[in-house]
Design a protein around this ligand. Structure first.
Ligand SMILES: C[S@@+](CC[C@H](N)C(=O)[O-])C[C@H]1O[C@@H](n2cnc3c(N)ncnc32)[C@H](O)[C@@H]1O
Length: 298
């Protein structure tokens, strides 16, 4: 990752490290760039910096995340000041502080409270229950990103976004409904393995059938897109591969050592799939590479 790219929202699973490699396949004649599953919006920050498009849309179904991006873009100084206040409110003896901010966020949905929770929670891994309440616990070994560093990241992200970026809240089908053949959509939906069942990472689940229907709609409208979806850590795979009938090329990106596995004392590499819509830069690795790597087990 180029060191200069800001990263104010340190989501676990952010595409920050992979951005230049994913970006290598992005066309450079884009009218509007869409990132409808934005989270930390790492790919949009990359795209803004690389100037791949004339306009940019950052969107997420989670209203406080979208609100956070709006606040970062429109009011960087006030947003950084509020983060500073919340961060400095944590005192060594006050073990309940994080829980109090979490309760306040769950009652009021304030975006900067969410930013603090993301920075301070276990492994920066957000967790929501079925009712949309933030449930992740505090990481007692870290204090979360220092306010000075956050202020610099917010200022720099705002500078990149201003005058070129629109923030939307909603389901990805709605927030990309106006995309057409001049545009480009980067999709990083929650993977099946992390959203269905016990490990509910995000506020909304996305069934594969719904994803496929949405992709078919993009294809029918001639919208170019790339999709990060499913992968493998060691022998464990998450998410089923997409149907070949969609005509997408599948690249496999080595995402490096799995932080999750390392924490559990194992050394395993993570491999992520990147699907390209027809007509995008031909892949350097053939689609059949998945079989060479042993293929997903699910
Ligand atoms: C895997 S994360 C995206 C991470 C992002 N690429 C990054 O670099 O941080 C998925 C995001 O999609 C959002 N999301 C889940 N279901 C959605 C839906 N149906 N429409 C739009 N956003 C959704 C979640 O709130 C979450 O922020």
């Amino acid at each position: 990752m180029p060191a200069k790219l800001p990263h104010p929202v340190p989501y676990q699973g952010s595409k920050r490290m992979l951005a230049p490699r994913i970006g290598a396949h992005v066309p450079r004649d884009v009218e509007v760039w869409f990132e409808p599953f934005a989270g930390s919006a790492a790919m949009t920050l990359w795209a803004l910096d690389a100037r791949v498009a004339r306009h940019y849309v950052i969107a997420d179904v989670l209203a406080p995340i979208a609100g956070l991006w709006q606040a970062i873009m429109d009011a960087p100084t006030a947003t950084a000041r509020r983060y500073d206040e919340i961060w400095r409110g944590q005192q060594p003896g006050n073990r309940d502080y994080f829980d109090a901010v979490r309760a306040r966020f769950n009652a009021e949905g304030d975006p900067v409270d969410l930013l603090y929770l993301i920075c301070r929670c276990v492994k920066n891994a957000v967790r929501f229950n079925a009712g949309g309440q933030f449930t992740q616990s505090v990481d007692r070994r870290r204090l979360g990103m220092r306010p000075e560093r956050m202020a610099a990241a917010i200022a720099s992200a705002s500078h990149l976004m201003r005058g070129r970026t629109e923030v939307r809240t909603g389901d990805w089908l709605a927030t990309t409904a106006d995309a057409d053949r001049r545009d480009f959509v980067y999709l990083d939906p929650p993977y099946l393995g992390t959203t269905i069942g016990r490990d509910r990472r995000y506020v909304r689940q996305l069934q594969q059938a719904d994803l496929i229907e949405g992709l078919e709609s993009l294809l029918a409208r001639g919208v170019r897109f790339m999709l990060s979806y499913d992968g493998m850590t060691g022998a464990k795979s998450y998410g089923a591969p997409l149907p070949e009938a969609l005509g997408l090329a599948r690249l496999l990106l080595d995402a490096g050592m799995s932080a999750q596995a390392t924490l559990s004392g194992r050394t395993e590499r993570t491999v992520e799939s990147l699907y390209l819509s027809p007509g995008l830069k031909p892949p350097s690795v053939p689609c059949s590479a998945q079989r060479e790597l042993g293929g997903p087990s699910s």
